[in-house]
Design a protein around this ligand. Structure first.
Ligand code: NDP
Length: 462
């Protein structure tokens, strides 16, 4: 399929060299397709340049603050310590540069031509990049997403995660707006690095969509660490003065800050594509509409990753890109399953989850059993740190099948990744019980929870 269409410059032209686009381009090229890709920023996309990777470095940097404190309780003498934002940023930038070069080399090694510039559709087989018209049999849209700021007056004085990664100096007083992944991650990072952080969220509890116990536990632990989380609140106006920013909240409260970080969601990046010229169908929020093959309503145009707003995670984009390339250029039909995708929030403590929350499981109508455990991690029995870990299993009481597994605590992501295999395979609670734990770990708790949780109100009724 797709090969030898020599009436076009390329068999495949990819718009956007992030996780999804690069994977699709490389795999298609390995299948023998003639491929080119364009990028108007740095090759690597959100994940590598201004997302997952630099964010995780910041989480590590931030976490040392607690590590130093805990070390003292283990007998270490820890000398004076200070954090240099400049030194950290330089180290982070160096590593991001290295990764960016690796991505460029991977494309080069696969024989994919890299075109620098913004891709804009001319017709269904032609894309214009930096004044050059390039034709291709198939075109893949992989432009990702971009942070959005709520339209409140003075929002030009607020930054998004994009700019945070480039800030020349550490802001001392920070207001984080939002209650999603990015908001809780940066609230934790900046708090750990020593900034004063107020997190303002419009809803009743942070991390909407996650399990209720996870949300409550994380909010409580973040507050204990010093993040001032204020719910059912929002900012209305930002004014810039030489001394800093004056932020007026909806309830009239006025807060002074050095930085307002809007982590209020991301939108599909489609404005510059000129999709109207080819009639590619979009949702109201701009997302490109695709079927299970990532194919749009225009036969030769496909889209993968955040621009399609399905599940906005790097590994999902990688998989969608792979499935597209194998199906269209490899003669091997592959469909990505968007069911039961594990994910993590690199908050402090971290959160990871796979499958259904208790609330979502109950909505399905069947009888649900809950197993949960809250404990102080072994590390902190000696350090004395008041931090709780939460582990929770949601089970279909009729079939015994494990519907969801949730954790708040150190290494949650590393632990849940393995359990995600079991949940994806359809493991039952009996399978969990038949598994012998690794001792002493936090993870073993997941295979030793025997007592069904009965809510106090239900206990009284029973
Ligand atoms: P999210 O959609 O997760 O969260 C956006 C937050 O902003 C929500 O709390 C939302 O409130 C709030 N919000 C939206 N609009 C407004 C507004 N006008 N005023 C005030 N608050 C508002 O987006 P993020 O930006 O945090 O992240 C984007 C996506 O990126 C995530 O959904 C995730 O898929 C991905 N991501 C994944 C990470 C990971 O895997 N660790 C890390 C970072 C991002 P409400 O809940 O009321 O809608």
């Amino acid at each position: 399929m797709g090969k030898g269409m020599n009436k076009y410059d390329f068999d495949l032209f990819v718009i956007g060299a992030g996780s999804g686009g690069v994977r699709a381009a490389r795999v298609a090229a390995n299948h023998g397709a003639r491929v080119a890709i364009c990028e108007d920023s740095r090759v690597g996309g959100t994940c590598v340049i201004r997302g997952c990777i630099p964010k995780k470095f910041m989480v590590y940097a931030s976490h040392f603050a607690e590590n130093f404190e805990d070390a003292a309780d283990y007998g270490w003498t820890v000398g004076p310590r200070s954090f240099s934002w400049t030194k950290f940023m330089a180290a982070k930038d160096k590593e991001i540069d290295r990764l960016n070069k690796i991505y460029i080399r991977l494309l080069d090694n696969a024989g994919v031509e890299l075109v620098v510039g913004t891709g804009r559709f001319v017709d269904a087989h032609t894309v214009e990049v930096a004044g050059r018209q390039i034709t291709a049999d198939k075109i893949l849209i992989a432009t990702g997403g971009w942070p959005v700021k709520p339209v409140s007056s003075g929002s030009e004085h607020a930054i998004t995660s994009n700019e945070l990664f480039e800030l020349p100096a550490q802001p001392r007083r920070v207001i984080v707006v939002g209650g999603g992944y990015i908001a809780v991650e940066f609230a934790g990072i900046l708090n750990g690095l020593g900034s004063d952080v107020i997190q303002i969220y419009r809803g009743a509890q942070i991390l909407r969509g996650f399990d209720g116990d996870v949300r409550a536990t994380l909010a409580q632990e973040m507050r204990k660490k010093g993040v001032d989380i204020r719910v059912e609140s929002n900012i209305k106006h930002i004014e810039k003065l030489p001394s800093g920013l004056i932020v007026t909240c909806e309830d009239g409260e006025i807060i002074e800050a050095d930085c307002v970080l809007c982590a209020t969601g991301r939108a599909p990046k489609t404005e510059s594509l000129n999709l109207a010229a080819v009639g590619v169908a979009q949702r109201e929020n701009g997302a490109v509409i695709v079927d299970k093959y990532s194919q749009t309503n225009i036969d030769n145009i496909y889209a993968v990753g955040d621009v399609t707003d399905r599940v906005n995670l790097t590994p999902v984009a990688l998989n969608e890109g792979l499935c597209f390339a194998d199906t269209v250029f490899g003669g091997r039909e592959r469909i990505m399953s968007h069911e039961t995708i594990a994910s993590a929030v690199f908050s402090q403590p971290s959160v990871a989850t796979v499958g259904l929350s208790e609330e979502a499981a109950r909505l399905q109508g069947g009888k649900v059993d809950i197993y949960k455990s809250t404990f102080r991690p072994l590390l902190h029995t000696l350090s004395g740190r008041d931090e709780k870990t939460l582990m929770k299993i949601v089970v279909d009481a009729t079939t015994d099948r494990v519907l969801g597994v949730h954790m708040v605590g150190p290494e949650a992501a590393e632990i849940i990744q393995g359990l995600a295999v079991a949940v994806k395979m359809g493991a039952t609670k009996a399978d969990f019980d038949a598994t012998v734990g690794i001792h002493p770990t936090a993870a073993e708790e997941f295979v030793t929870m025997r007592e069904r949780y009965v809510a106090p109100e239900a206990q009284a009724a029973e």
